[in-house]
Design a protein around this ligand. Sequence first.
Ligand code: ADP
Ligand code: ASP
Ligand code: MG
Length: 410
Amino acid sequence: MARIVMKFGGTSVANLERIRNVARRVKREVDVGNQVAVVVSAMSGVTNQLVAWCTELSPLHDAREYDAVVATGEQVTTGLLAIALQELGVDARSWQGWQIPLRTDNAHGKARIQAIEGGELIRRMETGQVAVVAGFQGIGPDNRITTLGRGGSDTSAVALAAGLQAERCDIYTDVDGVYTTDPRIVPKARKLARIAYEEMLELASVGAKVLQTRSVELAMNERVRVRVLSSFKDELAGETEGTLVVDEDEIVEKENVSGIAYSRDEAKITVRRVPDRPGIAASIFGALNDQNVNVDMIVQNISADGTTDMTFTVGKADLPRARAALADVKPQIGYAELLEDPDVAKISVVGVGMRSHAGVANTMFRALADKAINIQVISTSEIKVSVLIGAEYTELAVRALHTAYGLDAS
Ligand code: ADP
Ligand code: ASP
Ligand code: MG
């Protein structure tokens, strides 16, 4: 008998038939004597719709009201799953973030979990009641609903697993594990039996949506055993199913590159003809920081005639705020114009083996050159190389790199 957390994503609860399927799966774990907390996402497509409504009413909407709106998707699925479980004779109840309470900071729209006061929830689980918990949401210090950023139900699940000292945290999704790249765009992608926390962290942070970045960070820090597996198989998950996220030293063969990820969630901004003097970067990025806009890749051209161009990427959702922030500081900075390009994609190759192998970046540049794909911006870290390219080349680039690094399944 064990205490476990099971998390089901949007496609796994997309309609009533799938919710019934989830209920049957949960029941199987209950029947073998486990104490179960289930974390659910909204039905697939629902959160996108809710976000679109907020943005349509106001591109620079109040983040607290955004949270009040987008958190509703998960409220629906918790209630429905609890009903489906009860229908199977399983004792279950729904829990919204504020009812647990799951406390977060005040960063509406991308809040971080601070504490889970799960006393009552645990007490009820100990009586055999299944806790059906709304992912993605919590309650802030202002007593208002917060959300954890897109894909945040993964983080809810891992945090709950840590808080409940669960034996494992099973993330059920629409693929049967973590692959060398998104199996939807590279049919030759290979499933990984294990992946190191650090690699998964890096892959998630550069766009592999299979786990939210913050969930991997939490799992690594709190030593939560996370497993990614398919919600579309019917039998009880076997020990070796899916992908286990583990410590680096539990992986025997370290590849140079273990995964490739892409993201179309960023937009490129170029600030043209900025005076080339000390303090300019601080003014530009300070203004963005004040508006809570995260900047990712950055390049600065060499100076000609005392001015330079500064190019960087921000999340597409942050583009209106970035534009407004930079317009505000235009008189102080005195740049000539602001160019925006939302049609870009960031392609990244990741692997812990990069630390000890040279030539990884070069293989990437060569493979892209062979496909005549132009690189706009480059950035690197210890175990990652990323490039920004035109969005229309995303699939071509990912497939070419997958082959170039010898990752294709035979
Ligand atoms: P959920 O709704 O269950 O949270 P997501 O859509 O957030 O599911 O994440 C699962 C998706 O992640 C898959 O359908 C797949 O297209 C995508 N994905 C991207 N990179 C990878 C990868 N390396 N391995 C597996 N899936 C990936
Ligand atoms: N429903 C939220 C989203 O679509 C959270 C999640 O699915 O993890 O981002
Ligand atoms: Mg997800």
